[in-house]
Each structure stands twice: as C-alpha cells, then as structure tokens.
Design a protein around this ligand. Structure first.
Ligand SMILES: NC(=O)c1ccc[n+]([C@@H]2O[C@H](COP(=O)([O-])OP(=O)(O)OC[C@H]3O[C@@H](n4cnc5c(N)ncnc54)[C@H](OP(=O)(O)O)[C@@H]3O)[C@@H](O)[C@H]2O)c1
Length: 338
C-alpha cells in the first residue's frame, strides 16, 4: 500500500522529512477494523511528533491522527462494524497513523461517518471534536443538553481546529460564547461557528470583556498557549468557575491564589489518554463520534473543513505541515484521495 512516512526527524523544508513509501497492508485481528483511508486531516500533534531531533527510526513511521474511510475487513472480536461501513476516527498515537491507504483502528474508538458529509469533511472532525467534547462534557462539569444555560464561556483560539468545534458544542450546551481571534478572517470564522462575541487575544482580555458587559466569566477554554493567559484567566474567572487546558505549559503554573481563593476547577484534557492507556471506558470515544454524527446529520453542528489538498502524498503533507507550523490556519486542513 502507499503511505507517507519518516525515518528521520527533519525540518519540513527537507524533502526527506516526509517521504512516499510502499508498505505491507496490515491484517485486522481482535477488536481492530482495517480501514481503506479516503481522507485525512492534519493537526498540530503531527508537527510536534515530527519536530527535528537526532532519533532515527529503524522502520518507516507513519503519522496522521484523523481519518475517514471505508471498512475493508474486521477482526474476529468486532461487533460494531462490517466491511463496507463508512467510519471516521482519530486513532491511537501509539500505533501506525492514518497517512496510509489502509490503517488498523480499534472499533471502540471509531464512529460512523456522518451521512451528510463527504470523506474530506468527515476527516476534518474526529481529533478536535473528541478533544472539545471530552474537555467540556467529560472533564469539566457541563452537559451537552443545557449544561451551559445562563453561563458565559471564553474560548481562546476560537478559529483553530479545536476552537471551531468547541464554539459549536458550547452553543449547543447553552453557553454565551466569547471567542478570541486576532485577524479579520479568523474573527469572521468564529462568528460563522456561532460565537456570540469575538475579542482579540493579542490585546488584554479584561477591558474587552468589560466593554461587552462581562465583569467575570464562568468558564474558559485555553486552547492555544497555557502560560500566556494563565494569570489573566485567574483574575477573570468567577468564583467556582472552571478552566480547561489542552496545551503543555512551557514553565511552571502557579495553581494557588487566585485560583485557590475562588475555588476554580482546573481541568486537563488529553484526547489520546483513553486509547493510549486502554481505559475501561475507551469506547466512549466511539460513542462521542456517533453522537456527533447524529448532531451533524440533524444540522445542529456544522463541519469545520476550510481547505483540501489532493492527493494524499508526501509533497502535500509537507505543505500541510508547513501551513500548520505557521500557527495561522483556520478551521481544518484536509488531504483527500490517493
Ligand atoms: N491535549 C489534547 O488532547 C489536544 C488536542 C488537540 C489539540 N491540542 C493542542 O491544542 C493547540 C491548538 O490546536 P488546534 O488544532 O486548535 O490548532 P490550530 O488549528 O493550529 O490553531 C490555529 C489558531 O490558533 C490561533 N492562535 C495562534 N496563536 C495564538 C495565541 N498565542 N493565542 C491565541 N490564539 C492563537 C490562531 O488564531 P489567529 O490567527 O486569530 O491569531 C489560529 O486560527 C495545539 O497546541 C495542539 O497541539 C491538544
């Protein structure tokens, strides 16, 4: 099968940083389904895993943690899918990734592809959707059905991949959503995703919130730079508020006052935790993706795809990594077709 892989960890401008390779097609056993990959999305984690370092892989390493495709074969313990079904999933960072014509994925972390989306639109969703859903509804104490009613939520980096779906899920939960964006294109995108207000994360947040009538906020998702907004969020969050984090801090975070004085809940989300540690509830990820497929097909949520490159090959994946490393992508960038 065709795949895109690395053996050395090189700057993205080096043609060897991601190369076209031929690999053996794997075989499905146990709970695995073998998926014919039709489209993949790229995420910042791809560039973090690929970042330059001296390590050398003995075998080609395939990256990619978002895919949509068709079930080709199933293992003997599979109950949720059969050959011919269409699926979407983020997968497991400890296993070979989705930048290959065929990929094995545990059926418990895959969902049925939304019927109203094509493969490219579907591939845009899984990793960021699982992240936003688990953060808001599994880690933080909110429920999708009205858990945000009467509450305000600040979403830092609203136009990013995670922000784009977090805004929509939070609106569905009933929050008043204030997103942040720094450019006209990203401001417009946040409004299209459903944000009630958009403020600029390159300026102090407090005065902008005050001008909108918010002296405090009930909850915040810091989806871009944990350290940079930490002190300011501690001041802005209301007593008994909650903050959600997904980005590794560069330095130490002071979790005492004002966070302690106000009894603010601090919540980490790592979307690969369930598959990586094979937690007893890892099947929740498949259930989340099925539920989101229903919400998409009902028109309650919309896709977050902003651009598609074709075909899936090393040159286009290097271009996708280059764009992601600029930190200015909007919504999701997808690659489709072989
Ligand atoms: N823990 C987990 O499970 C998990 C899961 C997914 C992602 N992540 C991490 O979360 C981060 C965001 O992921 P993503 O996929 O949403 O990224 P993304 O799509 O690349 O985000 C791009 C957006 O971020 C905004 N941005 C850039 N720098 C910013 C800053 N300093 N402050 C506020 N906004 C900024 C930009 O908006 P403007 O152009 O308007 O400035 C841009 O639209 C990444 O570090 C990623 O690795 C973690």
């Amino acid at each position: 099968m065709k795949a895109v892989a690395l053996t050395r960890y090189l700057p993205i401008d080096d043609p060897q940083s991601l190369a076209d390779v031929e690999l053996d097609t794997p075989t499905a056993t146990g709970h695995d389904i073998l998926v014919r990959v039709e489209a993949v999305s790229v995420n910042p984690v791809d560039t973090k895993v690929r970042s330059p370092k001296p390590q050398v892989e003995a075998q080609p390493k395939v990256l990619g943690y978002d895919a949509a495709g068709v079930v080709e074969a199933v293992g003997d313990a599979v109950t949720r899918f059969k050959p011919g079904d269409t699926v979407y999933y983020a997968g497991d960072i400890t296993r070979p990734g989705s930048n290959a014509q065929f990929q094995l994925v545990d059926e418990r972390i895959a969902g049925r592809k939304p019927a109203s989306l094509d493969f490219a639109q579907a591939a845009a969703l899984p990793l960021t959707t699982i992240t936003a859903w688990e953060l808001l509804f599994d880690r933080m104490p909110y429920a999708i059905d009205g858990g945000g009613n009467g509450k305000s939520l600040l979403v830092i980096a609203g136009a990013g991949g995670v922000g784009s779906i977090a805004i929509q899920l939070a609106k569905r939960a009933g929050f008043t959503v204030i997103a942040t964006a720094s450019r006209q294109d990203t401001i417009d995108w946040c409004k299209r995703m459903g944000a009630d207000h958009v403020i600029n994360h390159r300026e102090p947040l407090g005065p902008q919130l005050k001008a909108l009538g918010f002296d405090t906020i009930d909850a915040a998702l810091n989806l871009a730079d944990t350290d940079r907004y930490w002190t300011e969020l501690g001041e802005l969050l209301a007593p008994l508020g909650h903050v959600g984090l997904i980005v590794e801090p560069r330095g130490e975070l002071r979790i005492g006052d004002p966070y302690k004085a106000k009894s603010i809940g601090i919540h980490w989300e790592m979307m690969f935790a369930r598959p990586r540690f094979r937690t007893a509830d890892m099947g929740e990820q498949g259930a989340i993706l099925d539920r989101v497929a229903d919400l998409i097909d009902a028109g309650t949520l919309r896709g977050t795809l902003s651009d598609t490159l074709s075909p899936i090959n090393a040159a286009n994946l290097r271009e996708a990594h280059r764009r992601l490393e600029s930190g200015t992508t909007i919504g999701k960038l997808v690659l489709a077709g072989w």
